[in-house]
Ligand binder design. Structure first.
Ligand code: ADP
Length: 393
């Protein structure tokens, strides 16, 4: 066996040393990498379940998914539109409280909350909010806008209260008059007088019932499901004809006029009712021997029917309110003229159902002009069925 040369000896020692160094470095490196691994933030959130993401996209209500630090991970467009998400968070403390409760005990929460609509202003929204866990880390918040439904309920409740109140008056009067007639059976003159009053009250009662039914029909959404082409000339002629009796009783002359041949899409009978209500009011709130005009014209895309009188007029502060149900500037006068307080409310509904509006101009002591504006009919109604690509676009 050959002995190692000196150079070979050095090399061998060097290699040994290198091995030790590499080993040391590897050990230190491993330790270091282990420590680094521990110091790193937790692995990124597992992505939301695919099915959940697709479900959220399909939802029409506001939907928000929150992570454990209440940051919004995903939100549907209505969530932003409703103000449920602002700057990546839920701004409403009441919703955040529900989220916290759900995190604490895992029980689904479902509550109706009244919340401010935006960061400023007094407008409120009613939201039906449902909060539930989805997966171990995420919480789902669903919010349904109930504002309109609640508003309609309140209107309906008020209406029922008002109607019962309004019905009580003529019914009470009739009962009283019947009693009086009974007691005055021996006095034919008194019987005749009270019987006349009874007739008046029952006429008022029947007008009221009729208008209540009319109004309830109009309040059902989509009362105009099958609009037809309506000739305004015919509407005006019929309304004027029906208002004539009352007008001639007060020597008031009716003057229909304006552009002929205009048409709108809608319901002939409803439009006659609306114009007739305006004419009846013009007659009722005007002194005898005055004139009432009913003019038709086309302004841009709208057909305007204006009813003009030379009557008592309406003070500025009452002009908006006269369209409210049962609002009367002078209740005694309205009652004397057989008014129900529903006429203008019906006009307003008819206008809205036709995609139009009603406006008032008035000056106390001078007269009033009520203008009904309905979109003009453009083209003949199409009977073609939609092309396949237009269906359910
Ligand atoms: P009413 O049955 O009492 O006439 P309406 O809803 O038709 O109910 O009208 C509401 C109120 O508006 C009336 O009571 C009256 O005070 C006022 N009003 C309506 N039309 C006129 C008018 N042409 N001139 C003056 N006041 C009017």
């Amino acid at each position: 066996m050959r002995t190692l040369t000196r150079v070979e000896g050095y090399l061998l020692v060097g290699a040994g040393l290198l091995g030790v160094l590499v080993g040391l470095a590897a050990g230190v490196g491993f330790r270091y990498s282990e420590r680094v691994q521990h110091a790193m933030p937790p692995a990124p959130e597992p992505a939301l379940d695919d099915g959940l993401v697709r479900t959220l996209a399909a939802l029409r209500s506001a939907a928000v998914v929150l992570d454990e630090s209440d940051e919004v991970v995903r939100a549907s467009p209505p969530a932003y539109a409703l103000g449920v998400v602002r700057d990546g968070r839920i701004p409403h403390a009441a919703i955040r409280d529900l989220v916290r409760d759900v995190r604490r005990d895992g029980v689904i929460r479902d509550e109706e909350l009244e919340l401010p609509r935006g960061p400023v202003g007094a407008a409120r929204v009613m939201l039906q909010v449902r909060v539930a866990h989805v997966g171990p880390r995420h919480v789902l918040v669903l919010a349904e806008d109930r504002t309109e439904a609640r508003r309609l309920e309140a209107i309906r409740r008020d209406f029922v209260v008002n109607v019962s109140h309004e019905l009580k008056t003529p019914v009470g009067a009739l009962a009283l008059l019947a009693e009086t007639v009974h007691a005055a059976a021996d006095d034919p003159e008194a019987v005749r007088r009270f019987a006349g009053r009874m007739q008046q009250e029952s006429a008022r009662l029947s007008a009221l019932v009729h208008e209540i039914i009319e109004l309830s029909r109009l309040q059902v959404a989509g009362a105009l499901t099958q609009p037809a082409l309506v000739e305004i000339d015919a509407v005006l002629a019929e309304a004027v004809d029906r208002a004539r009796t009352k007008a001639s009783g007060k020597s008031i002359q009716l003057h229909p006029g304006g552009e002929a041949g205009l048409t709108v899409y809608g319901d002939h009978a409803l439009l006659v009712t609306a114009v007739r209500n305006l004419l009846d009011n013009a007659v009722a709130y005007s002194p005898a021997d005055t004139q009432v005009g009913a003019g038709v014209r086309r302004v841009g895309d709208m057909v305007e029917i204006a009813v003009v009188d030379q009557g008592i007029g309406i003070a500025p502060e009452d002009q908006e309110r006269v369209f409210e149900r049962f609002y009367r500037v002078d209740p005694a006068r309205s009652r004397d003229t057989g008014g129900t307080g529903l006429g203008l409310s019906i006009v307003k509904h008819v206008a809205a159902d036709h995609g139009g509006e009603v406006a008032v101009w008035s000056r106390p002591g001078k007269g009033s002009t009520f203008t009904l504006r309905i979109p003009a009919a453009h083209e003949p109604p199409t009977t073609q069925s939609p092309r396949p690509e237009e269906v359910d676009a």
